[in-house]
Design a protein around this ligand. Structure first.
Ligand code: SAM
Length: 230
C-alpha cells in the first residue's frame, strides 16, 4: 500500500531499498537457521527513515530487530516441526517476519504474516526471500478476524496495554475454537500470565539498544492450565 503522508510519496520499492541500505543480513542469535535484515541502533534508523524518505510520524522500526519473544517462538517451532507440518499458520504482528519464516521452514502448508507497519510488509518479503521460503504478508489489522488458521503465533505483542488486551481476547477466542495459539514473550508488562501456561523457557540474546541487557529470559506460552496445547 502506498501512502502520501504529505511529506513525500513512498513506494514499496523505496521501502525495500531503504531496508537493504540501512540494515545487515545477520543470523538470528537464538535461531541461527534464519537470517534477517537487522539494525543495531533503533533511534538512528528511525531518524533516517524520516529524513531520507520524508515520511513523518512513523512508528518505531520494530521490523529491524529480532525481538526476544519472536526468537523464543521461532526456536520453539523449529525444534517441534510436527506442530507445524501441513498446517495453515498465521504469524500475528510479524515485524521482520522471523516467526513466519520459522513456520515456513518447519513445513507449514502456508504461512500468512500480518503487521500494520508498511515497512514490516517489505521487511517480511525481503527476509522470506533471503531465507528461501514463501510467506504472504498483509498490512490489514487482523485482530478479531478468523480465517480458519490451524496455528496462530504471536511474538512479543504484550508491550502496550490496549493492544495486549485486544490481542489476548482474540487469541483466546481462537484457542477456544480449536486453533493452536502460541505466544513468545519475555515477561512484558501486559502479558496475560494468569490465562497462560508456560511451555518452554529460553535465555535469549537480545539487542542491548532495545532491552538494556544482553540476555533475556523468554517464555513460550499457550492457553490452558496443564501445559497441553489444545
Ligand atoms: C515488538 S514487535 C514484534 C515483532 C516480531 N513478532 C518479533 O517478535 O520479532 C511488535 C510488532 O507488532 C506490530 N503490531 C502492532 N499492532 C499490530 C496490529 N494490530 N496488527 C498487526 N501488527 C501489529 C508492530 O508493527 C510490530 O512490528
Amino acid at each position: 500500500m502506498d501512502e502520501d503522508t504529505g511529506a513525500g510519496f513512498v513506494t514499496p520499492q523505496q521501502r525495500r531499498e531503504f531496508i537493504r541500505t540501512h540494515t545487515k543480513l545477520l543470523k538470528v542469535p537464538h535461531a541461527p537457521e534464519i537470517s534477517l535484515f537487522v539494525a543495531d541502533d533503533s533511534t538512528a534508523l528511525w531518524q533516517k527513515t524520516e529524513d531520507e524518505l520524508g515520511e513523518i510520524g512513523l512508528p518505531p522500526p520494530f521490523w529491524a530487530f529480532a525481538w526476544a519473544g519472536g526468537q523464543a517462538l521461532a526456536r520453539f517451532i523449529l525444534d517441534r516441526p510436527e506442530m507445524i507440518v501441513g498446517k495453515h499458520v498465521l504469524d500475528f504482528a510479524s515485524g521482520s517476519g522471523l516467526v513466519a519464516i520459522a513456520a515456513a521452514k518447519s513445513g507449514a502448508a502456508n504461512v500468512q504474516a500480518c503487521d500494520i507497519d508498511a515497512f514490516a510488509i517489505e521487511a517480511i518479503a525481503l527476509n522470506a526471500e533471503s531465507n528461501d521460503v514463501k510467506v504472504s504478508a498483509t498490512q490489514d489489522d487482523l485482530i478479531s478476524c478468523d480465517a480458519g488458521w490451524d496455528v496462530v503465533l504471536a511474538g512479543d505483542v504484550s508491550y502496550e496495554r490496549d493492544m495486549a488486551k485486544k490481542v489476548t481476547n482474540w487469541l483466546h477466542a481462537l484457542h477456544l475454537r480449536g486453533a493452536k495459539v502460541l505466544i513468545g514473550d519475555p515477561g512484558r508488562s501486559y502479558l496475560a500470565r494468569t490465562q497462560l501456561t508456560l511451555l518452554e523457557e529460553y535465555q535469549v540474546p537480545v539487542t542491548r539498544d532495545l532491552e538494556d541487557m544482553e540476555i533475556k529470559k523468554t517464555g513460550v506460552w499457550g492457553f490452558g492450565i496443564d501445559g497441553a496445547i489444545a
